[in-house]
Design a protein. Sequence first.
Length: 340
Amino acid sequence: MSLTKLCVALVIFLLPINLAYAAEEEFYRGKTIHLIVGTGAGGGFDAYSRTLARHMSKYIPGNPVIVVDNMPGAGFLRSVQHLYKVAKPDGLTIGNWIGTLVMAQLIGRKGVDFDARKFEYIGSPVQNHDLCVMTKGSGITSVDKWMASKTPVKLGATPPGATTYDTPAVLKEALGLPTQIVAGYTTTRESRLAAESGEVAGLCGWSWASVKSTWPKGLETGEAVVVLQNTPKAHPELANVPLAISLAKTGEARKLIQAGIHDVSRMTYIYSFPPGTPKSRVQVLRRAFMETMKDPPFLAEADKAKLDLEPIGGEALEKVVKEFFDVEDSIVKKFAKILQ
């Protein structure tokens, strides 16, 4: 092919892309994107979203303003129902919600009447490195002490559908850990404060990134102690903390931890549009999201806030969600029993 023909072919190929970009630039110019976080201020989800909102606009054509709105309630369910049923699918509303609600749909949890496979996924900034963290004052400073406890160890949690509830419920069933889940809190921050005051011993289902960014003093003083990692492999900073999967004694226990914690952790920090959002805007935001993940000022702020980054693009996240519905029926029934 001659150079002239190659150039013409390239122009023909790029023309629709450039026209689509120009159309979205015109749409987004002067607009405001509302980023709805399904939990209160002060937690890990809020920290990621506010950091993202300060930097992503530069990568969206038209440079719209991004405003973070907190909509806590029912373990993220309130915000997701709003995203699914109320928010206009016009590209101006993004939801930041939690992957345990995909599990909630799978097991038919009451009140979950959306289809997670229909959302338009933008991406996730990190794969959740799930932990159990206790206070030194509780006396539960290792998983061995937890297992040996004569009374159930109280763990602070938000309602079913959040990792702080679902993770300890799975661990209790899979490993036989003596556990009492106290699910009266609305945020991880409230649960952490309850742990600091002695109301509960600690929390499970809390990410290492979130712990580092919201409880640094506790880690520095030794008052906050990581006793268990609920992940396939140890975090480099927690090499001596045992893995939950290594304590599983049966095939069923391993499957419960794999699907109920490991797989869910891959889709914990979800960012998505409502179903029906124009595909061109979905692609624009997917691209902007991943560009932000490489942005030097964003990376510097994330590092300062101790926010771990291991981003997943929108296409990959969409695939993870859809494949989750292939979990075998016997395990789904088990989850339905322990997580309802």
